[in-house]
Design a protein. Structure first.
Length: 268
């Protein structure tokens, strides 16, 4: 059962968080990668290596998909083009924040079965926030149960996401409270799970490793995280990049999707 691994996963996340903190205190190298020149640091690589060792011990039969490991697809896929079980990992989500000494970076881990997350951990080491969830068992923050807001109201609702989304929504609903950027996308979405945000958006181009842990945390907290048509996400497929996303409690999720479909079709 996935839930039986939660305690072991929490211990691994604490170990990874301490490694990341120690690395960040001393001189460390950083560089850019890929066509988008996204940043990576020695902290990302060190945490990735630790997690691969520890998580493979925890679930030896699971495949591996990480931002900081070359993708082994089709090695991680079977004849149906999806591996039944895989770890999906972002060793440091919010590397720019990590490199520049900001607090809002996280370590994000999910165990996925049949394209959906069944176990999730998101750890923000600087603020010592540990989010955990297992399918069907709810979500917690530092051991206490959490719930997403169940209101449909947009007046006074706190929203975070790409500025162009928030600007457009605010032009239609001036009482929306746009919030500052959260550098870790996984943390931005997970803030919905504990009511820190009423809704959060992601622009197109996020990857499995940005989303899988937050997805389970939001759903287990009674929220929804979908594309802008309301369709749930699937993971560990050959194509691991996703379109625009929204996370919110079900009533507000429906309100925002209807609003964007009817009045902001360029996003929906």
């Amino acid at each position: 059962m996935p839930g039986s691994k939660l305690a072991a996963l929490e211990a691994i996340m604490h170990e990874a968080g301490e490694l990341a903190r120690v690395t960040s205190r001393g001189p460390f190298k950083s560089w850019t990668k890929g066509h988008d020149h996204s940043p990576v640091s020695e902290g990302d690589i060190a945490v990735n290596n630790l997690l691969r060792t520890k998580l493979t011990e925890l679930a030896p039969a699971a495949g591996w998909l990480s931002e900081e490991t070359e993708d082994s697809h089709p090695g991680r896929a079977n004849n149906t083009e999806t591996l039944v079980t895989a770890w999906i990992v972002d060793p440091i989500d919010g590397t720019r924040a990590y490199i520049t000494g900001k607090p809002d970076w996280t370590i994000s881990v999910a165990l996925v079965e049949n394209s959906r997350p069944v176990l999730a951990a998101l750890y923000a080491p600087v603020t010592d926030e540990m989010f955990l969830a297992a399918r069907g068992q709810g979500a917690t923050l530092n051991g206490a149960g959490i719930k997403a807001s169940q209101s449909a109201a947009l007046d006074g609702a706190t929203l975070a996401g790409p500025k162009r989304y928030l600007d457009k929504l605010s032009s239609l609903e001036p009482e929306i409270l746009a919030q500052p950027k959260v550098h870790s996308l996984a943390l931005r979405l997970t803030r919905v799970a504990h009511g820190g945000l009423d809704a959060a958006f992601a622009s197109p181009g996020s990857h499995d490793w940005d989303l899988a842990a937050a997805d389970l945390l939001v759903h287990e907290a009674g929220g929804l995280m979908t594309d802008l048509t309301g369709k749930p996400l699937t993971y560990n497929r050959p194509h691991v990049v996703h379109g625009a996303l929204i996370a919110a409690g079900p009533p507000r999720h429906a309100t925002l999707i209807d609003l964007m479909r009817d009045r902001l079709p360029e996003f929906a």
